[in-house]
Design a protein around this ligand. Structure first.
Ligand code: ADP
Length: 366
């Protein structure tokens, strides 16, 4: 099936026309500086018009599916309403996703459309992992719990890892580290997410390009008091001016690695804080799983940065995790020695292919 995959942000719309069987890209690009989502989609229509093979369905990436959506869902009026009710949980993302959905329904009223949620794969987290130790009413009345994100990627990559290992997912316990501009790590027990680093929002967990990941929440009040700024502004700094950018002034890992190589101390520190956080989570997740068959690296940094992989795995021999340096330098699929008890893999993620696949599966089941 030819699925147009849409990722609608507040200022841009990314689109890819994907063959759901093969993952082949038939067209793709980004429309930037969006005035409104309908005009952005008219631009997409203009760009893909005249292709011999028409679009058969639309798959939308939706960031927050709350506690409601455990699977992709067919888009209708009711779904639009429910995703609208989730906006308070994801004020940075869901409004734009929703605007993209509304515009696509107006643009292609005849095509089936499916929402694929970043949170859905993590709906199998047990309460011990998803509950925060906060007053119960925060949870029952306001939905304060860990949801987890990047689920489409963690799901896709763990399926591909099982192909590489030649063992069914139901036999495998995996740790998947998705390291891009956003970063998260997930413990996957026999195909199900059982622990993940992002929480109520994508701010928690690992150090990211511009997000702090884990911090003591007392920091927010402390910095607001010390600077006379609103807590909302301080929170905005934790999302946009922190992480690698906050530590060394750059958010791009390529730049950071080359600065660190040249002896730049701030870049070296940023790299070490980034890798230390991941290493800490790997240890915790081996404990959560009670052992681990494979540690899997994916996304821009995970797929391409041998330095990051090597620093993350350093000193983890006690967990059966070790690297073959030559394989790691070449970013081979299996970068651990053949006799290692835990495999370490590099598996490219492909969220658009995953969304196209899930869209096609759902429509085939109708
Ligand atoms: P997004 O979350 O925006 O999809 P990506 O998965 O594309 O992000 O990852 C972007 C990150 O990957 C950037 O920090 C970039 O520097 C890093 N990256 C890409 N290629 C390399 C490379 N060869 N070495 C180190 N980092 C890389």
């Amino acid at each position: 099936m030819r699925v147009l995959v849409l990722n609608s942000g507040s200022s841009s719309v990314k689109y890819q026309l994907v063959d759901s069987d093969t993952g082949e890209r038939l067209a793709g690009g980004i429309v930037e500086e969006v005035v409104d989502h309908e005009s952005a989609l008219s631009e997409v229509v203009a760009r893909i018009e005249g292709m011999d093979q028409p679009v058969e369905a639309i798959g939308h990436r939706v960031v927050h599916g709350g506690a409601v959506f455990a699977e992709p869902a067919l888009i209708d009026d009711e779904l639009v309403e429910v995703v609208g009710e989730l906006v308070p949980l994801a004020p940075l993302h869901n409004p734009a996703n929703l605007a993209g959905i509304e515009a696509a329904r107006a643009t292609w009223p005849e095509l089936p459309q499916v929402a694929v949620f970043d949170t859905a794969f993590h709906r199998t987290l047990p309460p011990a992992a998803y509950r925060y130790a906060v007053p119960e009413a925060w949870y029952t009345d306001h939905g304060v719990r860990r949801y987890g994100f990047h689920g489409t990627s963690h799901d896709y990559v763990s399926a591909r890892a099982s192909d590489v290992l030649g063992r069914p997912r139901t036999d495998l316990d995996l740790i998947v580290a998705h390291l891009g501009n956003g970063a998260s790590i997930t413990a996957v027990r026999r195909g199900h997410s059982v622990e993940t680093s992002m929480g109520l929002s994508p701010l928690e967990g690992l150090v990211m390009g511009t997000r702090s990941g884990d911090v003591d929440p007392a920091i927010v009040g402390h910095v607001a008091d010390a600077t006379g700024r609103d807590e909302a502004d301080v929170l905005d700094d934790l999302n946009r001016s922190s992480g690698l950018l906050g530590l060394c002034g750059d958010s791009d890992m390529r730049e950071i690695v080359s600065r660190a190589d040249a002896g730049d101390e701030a870049a070296e520190l940023a790299l070490e804080v980034f890798c230390h956080r991941i290493r800490k989570y790997v240890g915790a997740y081996v404990a959560v799983l009670g052992g681990c068959d494979a540690l899997v690296f994916t996304a821009g940094i995970g797929e391409h940065s041998a330095v990051v992989r090597s620093r993350v795995c350093a000193g983890l021999d006690v967990l059966g995790i070790a690297l073959d340096d030559d394989r790691n330098e070449r970013s081979e699929v299996r970068i651990s020695p053949d006799d290692a008890s835990t495999a370490v893999l590099v598996v490219p993620t492909d969220e658009e292919h995953a969304i196209a696949e899930q869209t096609a599966h759902l429509l085939a089941r109708r």
